[in-house]
Design a protein around this ligand. Sequence first.
Ligand SMILES: Cc1cc2nc3c(=O)[nH]c(=O)nc-3n(C[C@H](O)[C@H](O)[C@H](O)COP(=O)(O)OP(=O)(O)OC[C@H]3O[C@@H](n4cnc5c(N)ncnc54)[C@H](O)[C@@H]3O)c2cc1C
Length: 402
Amino acid sequence: MSAMVMVGAGHAAGQAAATLRQAGYEGELIILGDESHPPYQRPPLSKQYLSGEHGLEKVYLRPEKFYADRNIDLRTDTSVIKIDPANKSVTTSGGNTIDYEKLLIATGSRPRKLGIEGSDLEGVHYLRTIADVDVISTAMKSATNVCIVGGGYIGLEVASVAVVSGLQVNVLEMEERILQRVTTPEMSEFYHDLHTGRGVAIHVNTACSGFEGDGHVERVVCGETSIDTDLVIVGIGIIPNTELASDAGLTCDNGIVVDDHCVTSDPNIFAAGDCTNHPNPILDRRLRLESVPNAMEQARTAAANMAGGDKSYAAVPWFWSDQYELKLQMVGFSSDGDVQVVRGNKATNKFAVFYISNGAIVAVDAINSPREFMIAKQLYGKQVDVSQLADVNFDLKNLLQK
Ligand SMILES: Cc1cc2nc3c(=O)[nH]c(=O)nc-3n(C[C@H](O)[C@H](O)[C@H](O)COP(=O)(O)OP(=O)(O)OC[C@H]3O[C@@H](n4cnc5c(N)ncnc54)[C@H](O)[C@@H]3O)c2cc1C
């Protein structure tokens, strides 16, 4: 019997392999990943791993021994260059051909690159992998200034680590506010004030037009002005890794198109994680998400179905971001709401903003408020009395009993 094969060794593949073994699948299980590490968590890369608080052992999803103990054939430094759906095989860059019974594509995504002058200078970095952070954290030790291009969650997390470690930090954002793509003007303003209060210089409406330096970056050019810097970290979004799938003839459209069972347009090929465009029956639309909960849950779904099960993926999207001592936990999309209800006091850095549409909760942003986050997750789509949400003396748990 040929194997269950996973392409990519990230969150989704690591979880899918573990789920298959937990479910009692005893056949051959092969993970092919092009990085040098076993499946690992990316969130700490811009947080605790960058700050030095966590070592590699805390970043790995599971200890390396886990795979050997369960007879999971984990092949790192192995890039898949071709999928042949007709012959049910994949080819690696080393020239090996591996047959599969079922295939999981979990190739994730890669950073969107800047195509401006000077982008190839030393000292201009992107942050996606352990290898990237190892280089960045060494560079941060000898730097005085760091310039972060892109005021999204990753850029702002890096800004918080950098400013706390004593660097002068500039954040360049081409839109009129940071986090514009992902949150409301009010939350953007909250984070803007938080960062500037800690000493980060944020430049909005500022497009970076080039980098200058003699071999190594020395200046970031923004039109007529420039900012001196020792180090640049670019965080301007990601591109899903769909090329293997599209070259194999699978349907792709802003991600590898899968159904609610994580099946691609080929019934023997599944896909999970950042690389997919999937239906969300709760939100009633297709999504491409860049989040750990999505990668993990899709992986569990794909694994169950690869083993012959009948599991659908239907979850309300959620995400988190850690900046300084603030943990932001989000459920749903704030853009789906037309009314905002604030619970708590923003000035204390402990509050939640509920987003309501037609009387029902459709999203929450909870800052240092894990209880509100947990309850909002369960109340998603339910009708609520907004005066109760806003009243900190009202126990939200009462709403769960309805
Ligand atoms: C710095 C950073 C911080 C983040 N913070 C958060 C957070 O706070 N909360 C949150 O929910 N999410 C966060 N994310 C997003 C989250 O990490 C991703 O959504 C998640 O890793 C997706 O998992 P995945 O398995 O789909 O892809 P990945 O984890 O990207 O794994 C895919 C793997 O496949 C490999 N691969 C690609 N092509 C091939 C090939 N042809 N052959 C072999 N291997 C291949 C890739 O190199 C990679 O190792 C963060 C991401 C980054 C980069």
